[in-house]
Design a protein around this ligand. Sequence first.
Ligand code: FES
Ligand code: FES
Length: 158
Amino acid sequence: MKHLINLRVNGNTYPVDVEPRERLLDVVRYKLDLTGPKEGCGTGDCGACTMLVDGEPVTTCLVLAMTARDREITTVEGLSRPGELSAVQQAFVEKTALQCGICIPGFVVNTTALLHEHPHPTEEDVRYWLQGNLCRCTGYTKILEAVQQAANASNGSH
Ligand code: FES
Ligand code: FES
């Protein structure tokens, strides 16, 4: 049986019909058409589906949409303003920290959470925080550089 719930995503409220078994990732991608978050594994192991829920990074392939009602959800789309990428998004572009791109929305969202919590992360902090985000293409070097660049930009020291 479907239930009508309100989902708050990227500052907008969406009334949406969901089945109790539907995952937040699927509802956001296929009912709200926000396709930034990706499905890599579907088992909580790769981080590609990461969104912020009340500011915390969450692997949304493991979350039922019903449990996210009235929470503040942020996808990678919600990090930018019209015509302006966030510092993290900009750094990933400038460092070309991507290849196929499947993992990148999760990295960008989780890096945003990291820099909120640790504005001056060491490389060890970054590796620890992002250990749940897997990338099969880049070898991580460019990603680490992008995170550091974003931290510097966020702190006003380009
Ligand atoms: S798709 Fe959710 S962690 Fe991999
Ligand atoms: S860029 Fe392809 S998995 Fe990360």
